[in-house]
Write a protein that binds this ligand. Structure first.
Ligand SMILES: C[S@@+](CC[C@H](N)C(=O)[O-])C[C@H]1O[C@@H](n2cnc3c(N)ncnc32)[C@H](O)[C@@H]1O
Length: 505
């Protein structure tokens, strides 16, 4: 049974600062109107009125009058916009049974669906370009204390903006804005009010606001995958139907008409692009792609405690020092790894920026003492004498011969007890092809590999790791998989018995 609208009317708050209570009233009214519609349908279908929970026409009239009252109240406190948010229900695909009895959409749906997904990506890209995600007000969490003082409740004002205001704010024709927004409201990436007049953020779209690192990651992937995709056929027509092997003349640099440049040189040339790249990288340290908690740090910690080595941990291509920071946080402290025992190597511009940020932004001093040193790993070797040479998300940017060359350069700094750690995806060997449901895990692994193709890189299976290591005079000593079951792992390498400076030359 639902509360009577008259009872709800008496609980509608009168003050401007009671938006959350008013929202509660509005929710209750929505339940009544929802039930009313169900009842009406039942009546039309089988004349089954007067079942329990029915809402009478009079109740309904009163509900609408309360609704108007609450809406007026909320409009005056800007809270109305929250409750006007629509609940978007994504369309259900038409489903057929395949020969093995499993449910799957018909082929034409599968193919059309791919373009529908692609159109979502295009719409997001355009909205990012127009600054739409930044222009939609962000929901503000508010805490409401109960009247009886028994506690408090978190509620949210959904922000939101009318299409008319938004069109003016971002200088886009309103009808065009509405058309494109449908790609995102129909997929629940943005929310739309029931009256269709307003646009709202959802938890997903908040990740696309320009200050969020995911927004930078979106742009990076859009450039590297979507922009390049149209020129892939001509790339392979020109360069041959084989994997790119060099550091330059990769699909992205060819697409951008700077084939002689390496991908990272292209990024470094443009400070805005560089900043966005660094921001995007900060999000690659996540539960899906963990950094700490995989490698057994026992030996590292005992070396750090013993204090005999000037350098224990070297992060090769360590960017702004994100990984070192995480390791110091997890394994640092009095008895653990010290900042001054760590080195971050990267390109000159990057380490300068990393060092500046470590100096300027680390209020808790956790990175103070970390040495940021320039290195070009294609032609130089890192500092000598460390126990660990850590390469996270480096190898995947390059072809097999380039990887082996980088590893060989690192190996030249290795003592027999030292180890190289490659922290990357260890692509699971593909299982038997499925005739029914596609495997999302295999699809994700394939997507990551495909996305690296544009810059001439690739993801690797354990066999492929073994082979690039062997080419560099190294061998796998241990493999650590993420205990949480992701495809991310750490491949530990040591000098092979056969390794010698001559072999590595
Ligand atoms: C994909 S990012 C990985 C960054 C970091 N290891 C992480 O996991 O977040 C690749 C890094 O390699 C660096 N890099 C690219 N070319 C390099 C080179 N020739 N020598 C040293 N570092 C390089 C880039 O600047 C960037 O920081």
């Amino acid at each position: 049974m639902y509360a009577k609208p008259s009872a709800i009317r008496s609980s509608v708050p009168k003050g401007n600062n009671s938006a959350a209570s008013a929202i509660k009233s509005l929710k209750a009214i929505h339940q009544i109107t929802g039930q009313y519609l169900v009842d009406k349908k039942n009546v039309q279908a089988a004349d089954q009125r007067n079942t329990s929970g029915d809402v009478s026409d009079r109740d309904m009239e009163e509900a609408f009058s309360v609704l108007t009252e609450v809406k007026q109240l909320l409009a005056s406190s800007a809270g109305y916009r929250m409750m006007a948010a629509a609940v978007v229900v994504p369309p259900k695909p038409i489903v057929e049974k395949s020969s093995d009895g499993a449910a799957r959409p018909p082929p034409q749906e599968v193919i059309m669906g791919l373009f529908a997904q692609m159109s979502v990506v295009s719409a997001i890209n355009l909205f990012k370009h127009w600054g739409i995600f930044d222009a939609i007000p962000i929901p503000i969490p508010i805490t409401v204390t109960n009247n009886n003082g028994s506690g408090s409740e978190e509620s949210e004002l959904n922000g939101g903006i009318s299409f008319a205001d938004l069109a003016e704010k971002v200088n886009v024709e309103q009808s065009l804005l509405i058309r494109i927004s449908k790609m995102l409201t129909s997929t629940a990436i943005l929310g739309r009010s029931q009256d269709g007049l307003c646009l709202y953020h959802t938890p997903t779209s908040l990740f696309l606001v320009s200050t969020h690192p995911m927004s930078a990651m979106f742009s990076l992937l859009h450039t590297n995958i979507v922009s390049v995709s149209a020129s892939l056929p001509s790339y392979f027509d020109t360069y041959g139907r084989r994997e790119p092997v060099g550091v330059n003349h990769v699909p992205l640099t060819v697409h951008e008409k700077k084939p002689e440049l390496k991908y990272f040189d292209l990024v470094c040339q443009d400070p805005k692009r560089m900043a966005e790249f660094m921001k995007a990288m900060s999000i690659t340290h996540s539960s899906r792609v963990p950094t700490v908690g995989i490698y057994d740090m026992t030996l590292v910690l005992s070396e750090a405690r013993a204090g005999g080595r000037e350098t224990v941990w070297v992060d090769v291509g360590g960017g702004g020092g994100h990984s070192v920071k995480l390791f110091l946080r997890e394994y640092g402290g009095h008895d653990g790894l010290k900042a001054h025992q760590c080195v971050v190597h990267d390109l000159d511009d990057v380490v300068q920026e990393g060092a500046r940020r470590a100096g300027v932004q680390e209020e808790d001093d956790e990175m103070k003492g970390v040495r940021f040193l320039p290195l070009d790993f294609h032609c130089q070797s890192p500092v000598k004498g460390a126990l660990i040479y850590y390469l996270r998300h480096i190898m995947r940017d390059y072809s097999d011969p380039v990887c082996s060359n980088i590893l060989r350069n690192v190996a030249r700094s290795l003592s027999p007890e030292a180890r190289i750690l490659i922290s990357e995806q260890i692509t699971p060997e593909e299982g038997p092809p499925t005739t029914s449901q596609p495997s999302s895990q295999q699809m994700y692994a394939a997507f990551k590999d495909f996305s690296m193709l544009s810059i001439g890189g690739k993801e690797r299976s354990l066999d492929q790791w073994r082979s690039v290591a062997a080419e560099a005079g190294l061998e796998i000593s241990r493999v650590y998989m993420d205990p949480k079951g992701t495809a991310h792992g750490v491949v530990e390498l040591k000098l092979a018995d056969t390794w010698s400076e001559e072999v590595s030359a």
